[in-house]
Design a protein around this ligand. Structure first.
Ligand SMILES: [Zn+2]
Length: 352
């Protein structure tokens, strides 16, 4: 690690920046956060759990530690009657991210999200509320010395544009991403057009995150790539979305109930599928690649390794050849193989 950290833009100019997100989903899965409101109170109540997850993603190869401030804005905190802890939560989040990032020279990103306050039928008045929410969060990220700011999961170009203005006014590089539930934004723009406008207005990285799995997100990413000049981001959810159920909101269980948000497990993609996605995105010319809600460190490590990287957690990457039943001849205990699998059973490995 050098004393001078390379900036986001310097890293993007050299190659792919890998970004693990999805903290809210993973901390919910670990029992530290309530599904529904999805507000990261965990930062105040169990900071060690947030730090641990940051560390796991860092070891797995994330180049960026994202402060856990998704949905940690005034509107959400007000909804759970914790507005008085808002500043403390934001400052603590950024300092936890800094503490972990310093171990490995990773970048620290401040994090803004959609506010659920923007109304495209009344952009002026609703925009004022959104702007004040973003201004205070960017100020806290700035006080915590963030390297850049991510503003994400927007359904409206209008709201994304306010985030961009606030971030640029504060002098930060801006990564702005939309969530593509439908084919167009709620204020009527195609995703490629919305990204092109943000880029023209000064966004350093534009693209798409959350909502869709790789299969249904990549065709839209291709259109964005074809329509903007600069850096493009893609961070899908690791779920098996399909043309019939393109967004994870659409996924249905066998009993027709919604899988989102807490029964998505049967749709989870393997690490190998996320590794394949990573290579495809890179080959498409996308250089800010990541993973959103549903991400586990095993996905992130496989994505890093697919890019040819050896990361700290590679020390524990699979070696199924050492397994006593599925391993190679030296490791295999033949009498167990016959007992557990039957004689002459061909074994197909998926160990790479
Ligand atoms: Zn997400």
């Amino acid at each position: 690690m050098s004393n001078i950290k390379e900036s986001l833009i310097e890293r993007l100019e050299k190659g792919v920046v890998l970004v693990a997100e999805g903290y809210i989903f993973e901390l919910e899965r670990r029992g530290y956060l309530k599904a529904g409101p999805f507000v990261p109170e965990v930062v105040l109540e169990h900071p060690e759990a947030v730090k641990e997850l940051h560390y796991e993603f860092l070891m797995a190869g994330s180049d960026v530690i994202v402060a856990c401030t998704y949905y940690a804005h005034r509107s959400k905190l007000k909804a759970i009657d914790k507005e008085d802890r808002l500043e403390e939560l934001n400052l603590k989040s950024i300092s936890l991210a800094q503490e972990v990032a310093q171990k490995d020279g990773a970048l620290v990103a401040g994090n803004l999200s959609n506010t659920w306050e923007f109304n495209h039928n009344d952009p002026t008045e609703s925009g004022k509320i959104v702007r004040s929410i973003f201004e205070e969060q960017v100020d806290w990220a700035s006080r915590g010395n963030a390297d850049f700011i991510i503003a994400e999961t927007f359904s409206h170009l209008g709201e994304a544009s306010i985030a961009l203005e606030v971030i640029k006014d504060a002098g930060f590089p801006a990564v702005i991403t939309f969530t593509t539930v439908h084919e167009k934004s709620c204020d009527g723009y195609s995703w490629e057009e919305a990204c092109r406008i943000l880029e023209k207005n000064g966004a350093d990285v534009v693209g798409l995150n959350c909502g869709r799995g790789p299969e249904t997100l990549m065709p839209i990413v291709q259109r964005v790539r074809d329509n903007v000049k600069g850096h493009v981001a893609v961070l899908p959810v690791p779920y098996r979305t399909t043309p019939k159920e393109p967004c994870f909101f659409d996924l249905r269980l066998e009993n027709s109930k919604n899988a989102f948000p807490v029964a998505l497990d049967p749709f989870l993609l393997t690490r190998f599928e996320m590794a394949d996605f990573t290579v495809k995105a890179r080959d498409m010319g996308v250089n800010y690649i990541g993973i959103c809600c549903g991400a586990g460190p095993h996905h992130v490590r496989a994505m890093a390794e697919a890019l040819g990287r050896k990361v700290p957690a590679s020390k524990y990457s699979p070696d199924i050849n050492l397994h006593p039943v599925f391993g190679d001849q030296d490791a295999k205990k033949q009498h167990y193989v016959e007992c557990l699998l039957g004689p002459n059973v061909p074994i197909g490995l998926n160990s790479t």
